[in-house]
Design a protein around this ligand. Sequence first.
Ligand code: 2RA
Length: 349
Amino acid sequence: RRPTLAVVGATGSVGGVLLQILSQHADIWGEIRLVASARSAGRKLTVRGEETEVVALTESVFDGVDVAMFDVPDEVAAQWAPIAASKGAVVVDNSAAFRLDDDVPLVVPEVNPHAARVRPRGIVANPNCTTLSMIVAIGALHAEFGLRELVVSSYQAVSGAGRAGVETLRAQLSLVAGTELGTSPGDLRRAVGDATGPFPEPVALNVVPWAGSLREDGWSSEEMKVRDESRKILGLPELPVAVTCVRVPVVTTHSLTVHARFQSEVTVGRAREILATAPGVVLFDDPAAGEFPTPADVVGTDPTWVGRVRRSLDDPSGLELFVCGDNLRKGAALNTAQIAELIAAEFTA
Ligand code: 2RA
């Protein structure tokens, strides 16, 4: 039997990518129900080539639903995912509401697919986009070398902050194009004024060392997510992880520099073999030919791209990497769809 799917949050930016992916992947679903807030109900969206009307989020939309993908704010997921699960749907949730709960698996199909089978609350969580933009490559190296420590800096695209993030960057870019702004202290800030949108500082012609909200001792919520989620996905609850999250003027695709330390000595040759053959990873690493991943080339693609693979100069058990992943595809919609497809296979098995 082909399972029935609900897409909750179908009108959002990740929802839009989800509908594209559902139209591109093998068509394993029976009915697909598109669900959003009452404000968006009645809109028509195309999925699998068919115009489908968006319905408002109510309890009854989950009647007969086997799998429900959620891409909604944390508080909406916290309220509605348990309702969907109580009606018998398996929920694949892309919010932070359940990710760290012990009885909710946090799944990346290339790394820990088995975890999706144990879901006592009927909820499977999808990681944050920054974690997802690197974890497939890290998981492949961990499986071979045994990870001991991670030190990570992110270069995060504005679409991680939703449509408002993209609109803010575009508006700021049109303000600064053709000017000499960015050449004296404070000139950019004066030109942008209060129009910083979801960011604490101007993001055009700038880098902003902040993503998310303030947590204890100066850490950001985004930095804590990368640490906590990486530990949970890799099954390494004590892994030392140091993260600095930075927003850059890129529309879509998060990048990260990674220093990874392993149990014993590593070689670049073996690391490259692993990365070149790991499912979901592309090794693109020939600096002599000017080849390394950048967001401009990676955006719109599915894999995790890795370049600049070097052995740490002062530690033969360490590797340095530059990693890029489309934050709306693998970072959100694609991983959600992959988890949902794993669960759908249980219905058709
Ligand atoms: C960001 N990772 O890029 C966040 C969104 N979940 O802001």
